[in-house]
Design a binder for this molecule. Structure first.
Ligand SMILES: Cc1cc2nc3c(=O)[nH]c(=O)nc-3n(C[C@H](O)[C@H](O)[C@H](O)COP(=O)(O)OP(=O)(O)OC[C@H]3O[C@@H](n4cnc5c(N)ncnc54)[C@H](O)[C@@H]3O)c2cc1C
Length: 241
């Protein structure tokens, strides 16, 4: 890691984080609010390996100050040393970087904290709750748990119907939920359907990745009120509202 990432960088360094610089090779505007950036990996994938839902900590510049945010690898290819990133665009330094990204731009990254524990036994049904920020991770999860059918609650703006969900209509049911009332609409829809669905599932796996408040509300509901054991669920807030 370069000097000057401040105490956060120093702490990650002490934790033996690995540092890499990625280079942009191309970009694609998937929709008005979603942009894909293609990159070379600076040797990262060969050094770290790859796992489902893998993410990296990227160091953006915020008027001269380091600004670290997590992003998920899309289609990592260790042999080629390439991957893509998909940015849900909103206000913010990471989004601004993605909007302006062009071939030749570089960005530093730290790999620390990412991991994936495959549910055992294999789920007979996956219940996944996500949004555009966790869409790359959701796609990766569904790709990894490719034997299981899934019900997906996908929260997004009403005009985001073109987002690249890699779902298979034969196995995956997608329930689109407009983001309303700071995520409360999503909470209501999940709570009204999940108990019955869980009741019919011998080996469920519940995956929750939306804004931090909604994620906390839903994970505590699933764990405490529905009694799903913690090894049969995964919950991580992806952004702070
Ligand atoms: C493990 C992990 C993996 C992630 N992978 C991805 C990924 O692949 N693609 C991706 O787009 N995001 C991903 N995120 C989310 C991303 O890190 C956050 O959205 C981050 O806050 C973006 O930083 P920023 O500098 O653009 O905005 P910030 O400076 O953090 O926030 C600026 C403003 O934008 C709002 N905001 C932040 N994120 C969102 C959002 N998603 N939607 C609406 N408003 C928002 C904030 O509330 C704030 O008002 C991931 C998060 C985690 C924890």
């Amino acid at each position: 890691m370069g000097q000057g990432h401040g105490w956060e960088g120093a702490v990650l360094k002490l934790l033996r984080a690995k540092d890499f610089a990625f280079t942009v090779t191309g970009t694609e505007d998937v929709s008005e609010h979603y942009r894909r950036v293609h990159l070379t990996d600076g040797g990262m994938l060969a050094a770290t390996g790859v796992h489902p839902t893998m993410w990296v900590r990227l160091w953006f510049d915020n008027a001269g100050r380091p600004h670290q945010r997590a992003y998920t690898l899309v289609d990592p290819d260790p042999a080629a040393g390439t991957f893509s990133l998909e940015f849900a665009l909103h206000e913010g330094c990471a989004s601004d970087w993605a909007r302006a990204a062009k071939p030749g731009d570089t960005i530093e990254a730290t790999v620390h904290g990412t991991g994936f524990e495959r549910p055992r036994p294999e789920p007979t049904h996956v219940f996944a709750i996500g949004d555009p920020a966790s869409l790359p991770a959701l796609n990766s999860l569904l790709g990894a748990l490719d034997c299981a059918p899934a019900t997906v609650w996908f929260e997004s703006a009403p005009d985001d119907s073109t987002l690249p969900l890699r779902t298979d209509p034969a196995r995956h049911e997608v329930r689109r939920v407009p983001r309303q009332a700071d995520g409360d609409r999503l909470v209501t829809e999940v709570k009204s359907a999940l108990p019955t669905l869980l009741g019919a599932t011998p080996e469920p796996y519940v995956w929750i990745a939306c804004d931090t408040t909604t994620t906390r509300t839903l994970s505590s509901y699933v764990r405490r009120e529905l009694g799903v054991p913690k090894q049969r669920m995964h919950a991580l807030g992806y952004w702070r509202p």
